[in-house]
Design a binder for this molecule. Sequence first.
Ligand code: ADP
Length: 319
Amino acid sequence: IKKIGVLTSGGDAPGMNAAIRAVVREGLHNGLEVYGIYDGYAGLHANNIKKLERDSVSDVINHGGTFLGSARFPEFKEESVRREAIKNLNEHGIDALVVIGGDGSYMGASKLTEMGYPCIGIPGTIDNDIPGTTYTIGFDTALTTVVEAVDRLRDTSASHKRISIVEIMGRYCGDLTLGAAVAGGMEFVAVPEMEYSDEALINEIQAGITKGKTHMLVAVCEHMTNISSLAKKVEEVTGRETRATVLGHVQRGGAPTPQDRIIATRMGSYAVKLLLQGEGGRCVGLMNSQMVHHDIIDCINNMKRPFSDELWDLSFSMF
Ligand code: ADP
């Protein structure tokens, strides 16, 4: 191979820039030409492709977001749209593509691979919800942001003896919520991997009050319940002032932590090395501190993400 492309797709995550930089620098280091595809699969279809040089990725390692831009582009599910995308890549003479994104982006990459165009997936999402890896780029930065917010909420909850319910991102993966609950010393945690009902949670909060707790922090993963209504119900049942805070998109921004920069750099470099070895249709992962790769189609269809029972148990014993 002589020319490779790189794109970021789906929800952005801090550390994506570090991954792009690593793909570019490792590629150039090995005599490849590297092309940036702007705005994910939308840009691939619109032929928004530009050659990247060494200095195209200067001063990006410390910045959140992705300088290539990202997009949701459902049209990519249509084969005719993907065929045009492949035509654009062929016109530029680009032999293979590195896709940095979440599981939706992996789907796009696996579909291109099935059509005979080699892609390598790099897991980039704050949600940590991708199979084939124990870590996704952006998770540590988001966790740091969430814990900082929780610490601030603890200050004011303690002063006012309030109950504070915090909605944390993660789509259908509880890792960010659970990590924040343990690191933030939060009293209750609700994650999609475990059974949940508003009533059971309210009973637990009531038990906490009986135990003598004056204020409490509750971590709830997004898509599980409406935390504004939950806060009202908690207030009605317990008689304690209760506030709901949806952290929202602040969790997606900010300078990547050193861990995210290092893992992104390792993954970006590893993806290029795989392409140089003639691999295609793979996705990169981190397992037991080592870089690993799996078949991207098998990964999406068959592999499962592990859930940390240890952290789940801790969230109870620390109560
Ligand atoms: P993420 O990659 O963060 O999971 P999305 O689920 O929005 O984000 O996926 C990102 C993009 O990947 C979509 O906008 C679409 O262009 C592409 N994509 C998602 N699912 C498929 C699919 N089944 N086939 C082809 N492309 C897909």
